[in-house]
Design a protein around this ligand. Structure first.
Ligand code: ADP
Length: 333
C-alpha cells in the first residue's frame, strides 16, 4: 500500500515485481540509480541509511525527495525473516533548506549594497578636500540614508531572532493610533514621492483608546506601507485606512501595485519567503511580513491579505482594542 502512495504503483501491479523496479531511487544530483537500501542491508546485516540526496521516482514520472532507511527483521533465533524499509518524505525540509540558502544570498546582497555606497561616498569626501559644501552635504545625506537602511536590516534580523527564541515582548499601554498612523505616513511620504506614488489616508479621528505596544504597531504599519509603495509601480496609489469596528481596530493598507500570485498568498507570511521576480532586483529579505504577523498575533489580532495580480493588494489588520484575555505568549511562527 505504501508503494501505491509513494511510487504510484497499484497494489495488483506491484506483486511479483522486484523492489528495485517499484522503488526507483536516484541521486538527485547525478541522476544515477543509487544502491538499494535492501541490498545494502543484506550485505552489511545492520541498519543502513540511504544516500544523502535521494529522489524516489514515481511510476508517473513524479519525483519525491526522500530519506530512506532499511533494517533486517530477525526471529528470536536470529534468522532473517524480512526487511523493514522506512521512507521519509523530505520535500518540506529541502524547501526550508532552499529558502535558507536564498536568504543567505539575499541578506549578503542586502548588507553589501548599502555598505558599498557608504564606503564609496566616504572615500569620495575624504579624497576631495576642496569639495563644495553643498556636494558634501548631499553625499553625507546619502551616507545617512544608507546607514539607516543598514540599521533597519539588522533590526529586522534581531527581531526575527527574538521571535524565534520566543523573547519578543510587547508592552501594553494606551496608544494614540491616529498619531501613530500619521507618523508612519509622514515618514514614508518621501519614499512615495520618489516613485510618484500617491499616498492617501482615511483615518477615523474618533477612535477608542487602543492598548498595545506603540513601537511594534508603528513598525508593523510601516512595514505594510513600505511594501505597498515598494511593490507599486510609478504613478500608483497607496491608501491607509484606520477605523473602528465594534471593539476592534481595523487597519487597512491597499495599493494598486503588482499584486501577489494566488499560489504565493499562503506563503508570504513565512520567514524568508519572497515572491520570485526573475530578472528584477527588488530590495528585501522576506522577514517583514513574518514580523508583522507576529506583532499582530501577540496583540491578539489577525492579519488578512487579498490580492489580484497586476491590480493590487490589500492587507488588513484586526486588533482587539483592549488587552483583555490576550495570550501571554505564543509559539513562534
Ligand atoms: P520583503 O518585502 O523584504 O521581500 P516581506 O516579508 O515584507 O519581505 O514580504 C514578503 C513578500 O511578499 C515580498 O517579497 C513580496 O513578494 C510580497 N509582498 C508583500 N507585500 C506586497 C505588496 N503590497 N504587493 C505585492 N507583493 C507584496
Amino acid at each position: 500500500r505504501v508503494a501505491e502512495i509513494l511510487a504510484g504503483w497499484e497494489f495488483e501491479r506491484v506483486q511479483d515485481r522486484g523492489l528495485d523496479e517499484i522503488f526507483h531511487i536516484v541521486d538527485e544530483r547525478t541522476r544515477q540509480k543509487v544502491e538499494s537500501p535492501v541490498d545494502k542491508v543484506l550485505k552489511s546485516s545492520k541498519a543502513e541509511l540511504g544516500a544523502d540526496f535521494e529522489v524516489l521516482l514515481a511510476m508517473d514520472g513524479g519525483e519525491r525527495p526522500i530519506s530512506s532507511k532499511a533494517a533486517l527483521i530477525r526471529s528470536s533465533d536470529g534468522a532473517v525473516t524480512g526487511i523493514v524499509m522506512v521512507f521519509r518524505d523530505v520535500a518540506r525540509e529541502r524547501e526550508i533548506e532552499r529558502l535558507k540558502q536564498d536568504f543567505i544570498s539575499s541578506i549578503s546582497h542586502e548588507l553589501r549594497t548599502p555598505l558599498t555606497s557608504i564606503k564609496a561616498y566616504t572615500e569620495t569626501i575624504l579624497s576631495d578636500s576642496d569639495m563644495a559644501e553643498e556636494t558634501k552635504r548631499q553625499l553625507l545625506g546619502i551616507i545617512d540614508e544608507e546607514s539607516n537602511r543598514l540599521a533597519g536590516l539588522i533590526e529586522g534580523l534581531l527581531e526575527i531572532s527574538r521571535i524565534e527564541s520566543g523573547t519578543m515582548k510587547i508592552v501594553r499601554e494606551p496608544v494614540d493610533i491616529v498619531a501613530v498612523s500619521r507618523k508612519v505616513l509622514t515618514a514614508l511620504q518621501a519614499l512615495a514621492d520618489k516613485k510618484n506614488v500617491r499616498l492617501e489616508s482615511d483615518i477615523d479621528d474618533d477612535l477608542a483608546i487602543f492598548e498595545g505596544d506603540e513601537d511594534k504597531i508603528q513598525s508593523a504599519l510601516t512595514n505594510l506601507v513600505n511594501n505597498a509603495i515598494k511593490f507599486t509601480h510609478q504613478d500608483g496609489r497607496v491608501c491607509v485606512s484606520v477605523r473602528q469596528r465594534d471593539d476592534q481596530l481595523v487597519m487597512r493598507v491597499s495599493d494598486t501595485g503588482m499584486g501577489i500570485p494566488k499560489e504565493a498568498l499562503p506563503r508570504i507570511f513565512d520567514r524568508f519567503y519572497r515572491v520570485p521576480h526573475p530578472g528584477k532586483h527588488i530590495q528585501g529579505t522576506g522577514l517583514g511580513l513574518a514580523i508583522v504577523r507576529k506583532i499582530v498575533t501577540m496583540h491578539g489580532g489577525r492579519i488578512e491579505v487579498e490580492s489580484e495580480l497586476n491590480r493590487g493588494t490589500t492587507f488588513t489588520i484586526f486588533l482587539p482594542l483592549t488587552a483583555a484575555a490576550l495570550p501571554e505568549s505564543q509559539p513562534a511562527n
